[in-house]
Design a protein around this ligand. Structure first.
Ligand SMILES: Nc1nc2c(c(=O)[nH]1)N[C@H]1C(S)=C(S)[C@@H](COP(=O)(O)O)O[C@H]1N2
Ligand SMILES: [Mo]
Length: 411
């Protein structure tokens, strides 16, 4: 039996090499491989607790309270996540007033204002409505803020430059179903969503979005929301800036005009070159970034590497991702991994044979509205020279001849 496995293994390695991966410089040849005898019995099921944890050898690390000035933020280590789903425990977090611990049996959602019948819903009431599960990205509009205002150090990783985006399967109730129970008056044009944390986060959401795809979310990646993501209930407005996805949701008020809350007037508004500020920008524009190779990684000599990364758009699906290895002089289409879903991270991949010379890696996404991700020069013109929110410019990583990859911001 064991003999058979060894032969299979040898055959597998031989076919791989014959199959055209000869450019790989690492990996032992079959004749060097000596299989160890079977291991002794491993750990028992419950030895590491009743909830599974990653391997002790998996080194994914979070940066909590990272150096971008945002109050209470952690970032997703994008270089160390695979596929499109962010593990719940690595979902980025932004808290304006800490994380409250809310007992779900005590939690209630008040729906009032321009409605026929104001009502209070328990979590049990909400979960009795028909639910849906949808995979969406969530991105803080402050993602990349530092890169825009004052380009950060060459050792800044993709976690620090782009880690305020994550992607999960969210389960919840379409908000419009619940609204049938209260009867929204026809003159209601806006909804205020308010959180039950100390920041009392309040955002005005336009009625058309409420009736389109807004969700009352209670679960994430197959289990209840983490406290940090808004347990027991959060508003989800797919493709809209993170801030509008109000966590610990306890109040929805309907009215005929926006509330001009502190968040929308002071913080989540965008300066423009003409000195004016744009409010209610809502959408996260199409954006992409190469997650590997990326800053602080090291390439082990010339040869084959896979360039891979993530692309997304708050307005729809990713239609195309192009990759440049020469600082934007030439571009090649990357392979888009299916499924490609609306308002969802899409994984792209491109094989690359590195010749060992200096290279500048960039990615550029086009979404299905035809919108193309801008470079920094375009961003300066279209948005602002010194910006804060909604940086979706093309990111550049430099691969030096010694294999070291660094953040060169833009070229
Ligand atoms: N109640 C409440 N909702 C909130 C926040 C908050 O501080 N309190 N932060 C907002 C911001 S700025 C962002 S970017 C997202 C972050 O969601 P996450 O922590 O689940 O990633 O939640 C938003 N919803
Ligand atoms: Mo945010």
């Amino acid at each position: 039996m064991k003999q058979g496995n060894q032969t299979n293994r040898r055959r597998f390695l031989q076919t791989s090499i014959a199959g055209g991966v000869a450019a790989l410089t690492s990996g032992a040849t079959a004749k060097e491989i000596v299989l160890e005898p079977s291991r002794s019995t491993g750990r028992d099921i419950f030895e590491t607790g009743t909830y599974g944890v990653p391997s002790q050898f998996a080194t994914s690390a979070r940066i909590k309270g990272s150096a971008n000035g945002l109050h209470g933020a952690s970032r997703t280590p994008l270089a160390e996540t695979h596929g499109i789903i962010t593990p719940s425990g690595l979902h980025f977090e932004v808290h304006h007033g800490g994380v409250p611990d809310i007992p779900p049996l005590e939690h209630k959602l008040l729906i009032h204002g321009m409605v026929d019948d104001a009502k209070m819903f328990t979590m049990e009431d909400i979960m009795r409505f028909p639910s849906v599960s949808r995979t969406y990205f969530l991105e803080c509009s402050g993602n990349g803020e530092q890169e825009w205002s004052s380009p950060s150090a060459s050792t800044t990783t993709v976690q620090a430059t782009h880690g305020l985006t994550s992607c999960s399967e969210w389960t919840g109730v379409p908000l419009k179903l619940v609204l049938n129970e209260v009867g929204i008056r026809t003159d209601a044009k806006w909804m205020l969503a308010e959180g039950d944390d100390s920041s009392r986060m309040g955002r005005s959401i336009p009625m058309w979005k409420v009736l389109d795809d807004a969700l009352l979310v209670y679960a994430q990646n197959g289990e209840f929301l983490r406290p940090e993501q808004g347990f027991p209930l959060r508003l989800f407005v797919p493709g809209f800036e993170g801030n509008m996805n109000v966590k610990w949701l306890h109040r929805l008020e309907f009215g005929d005009k926006p509330w001009w809350s502190h968040q929308e007037v002071a913080r989540y508004s965008d300066p423009r070159p003409n000195g004016k500020k744009v409010v209610f920008s809502f959408y996260m524009d199409a954006k992409s970034v190469i997650t590997s190779p990326s800053s602080t990684m090291r390439l082990n000599g010339p040869g084959f590497y896979e360039i891979t990364g993530l692309a997304w758009s708050g307005k729809g699906k990713v239609a195309r991702v192009e990759v440049s290895t020469d600082g934007g002089a030439t571009w090649r289409d990357a392979h888009l991994q299916t499924p490609i879903m609306t308002k969802c991270h899409t994984r792209f991949r491109l094989p690359w044979n590195w010749n060992g010379r200096d290279a500048i890696l960039q990615s550029r996404v086009t979404d299905d509205t035809g919108y193309v991700q801008p470079d920094y020069e375009q961003l300066y013109v279209e948005k602002s020279r010194i910006g804060m929110m909604h940086n979706n410019a093309i990111q550049s990583w430099k691969v030096a001849a010694d294999g070291n990859v660094s953040n060169v911001h833009h070229v």
